[in-house]
Design a binder for this molecule. Structure first.
Ligand code: NAP
Length: 275
């Protein structure tokens, strides 16, 4: 008997993840045999779980907090972009038991910007990034790859931004968090990668008064969809792109590898995930 191909998202906690909704929607939409589940995996159970999963019919997995960095130690093949970012979010289990690891967060970020702001030109001018956490790493790599000439980076904990500059090169200028608003005067791409603005969490308080109306502004926080950060940018006349599309697009390469069909990210997909 052939087993139904299974994939999962692994993390801890995991109940908030939208990935099962997304992948099961695509499976239904394309009438594919398959199943996608959420697995809560404690840090000390990661290796055992990954070794067991192929035996339970899993062909791959998405990886989320807190395992994105530690899975790198357990992978047999790692893509260049995952190596550069230092973290993986997509795994493929090969027939011989080997684990292939990729990072599609930067891809998802860029695909979302290109879909939401089709005229966005990464080369038009500097990008300003708020935040220097895990997501910022993937975004910095993707923006540099897309040809952004300069990256202005502000983080509450400045040494973390300095560390990214050391790692990713001279194209990055670190700006103090208390002066983060100054990044906006020249920026043509503006991104909030902090968790500020999430429903129930602390507010994003940096003034956005200096935003250029020709800037493309995106927030990777997607709950709520229209964050106060995006609302302020919209009021300044900027084109804004919400963060849900990043989540949807980052799922595309994994789904295609596991289930053999490149899925669409469109209005119907958004509705299915938000329902
Ligand atoms: P992370 O590694 O924990 O980084 C969190 C970032 O937020 C850091 O830069 C941190 O600054 C900053 N921050 C947190 N609280 C702050 C505060 N009170 N004031 C100023 N800065 C603060 O998390 P992450 O993985 O990068 O994720 C960041 C956010 O992006 C989360 O909300 C996550 O849900 C979202 N996200 C969305 C997608 C998507 O697909 N749309 C993908 C990944 C992540 P310090 O360094 O000073 O602590």
């Amino acid at each position: 008997m052939t087993q139904i191909p299974r994939a999962a998202v692994i993390g801890n906690p995991i109940s908030h993840s939208l990935s099962p909704k997304l992948h099961n929607y695509w499976l239904r939409r394309y009438q594919l045999q398959g199943e996608y589940v959420a697995l809560q995996v404690a840090e000390d159970a990661l290796e055992k779980t990954l070794r067991q999963m192929p035996q339970d019919g899993f062909i791959g997995a998405n990886v989320t907090i807190p395992h994105k960095v530690s899975v790198m130690q357990l992978a047999d093949h790692i893509t260049d972009r995952a190596t550069l970012i230092g973290a993986a979010n997509t795994l493929i289990f090969k027939n011989d038991g080997k684990i292939f690891a990729d990072n599609t967060d930067g891809y998802g970020f860029i695909a979302n910007l290109r879909q939401g702001a089709p005229d966005w030109d990464p080369k038009a001018g500097p990008a300003a990034i708020f935040g220097a956490g895990g997501a910022a790493r993937a975004i910095i790599v993707a923006l540099a790859d897309a040809g952004v000439p300069e990256i202005l980076l502000a983080n509450r904990t400045r040494p973390k931004a300095e560390a990214l500059k050391t790692e990713f090169g001279t194209r990055i200028q670190v700006v103090d968090w208390v002066q983060a608003n100054l990044m906006l005067a020249d920026a043509r791409t503006v991104i909030n990668t902090t968790s500020l603005g999430m429903k129930g969490g602390p507010e994003f308080k940096v003034s956005l008064e200096a935003l250029r109306p020709d800037a493309v502004v995106t927030d990777i926080v997607y709950n709520p969809l229209r964050t106060p950060f995006l609302q302020a940018a919209e009021a300044a006349g900027c084109i804004t792109v919400d963060g849900l599309g990043m989540l949807l697009h980052q799922g595309v390469p994994g789904f295609e590898r596991w289930f053999g069909k490149r899925p669409e990210v469109d209005e119907e997909t958004r509705r299915a995930v938000l329902s």
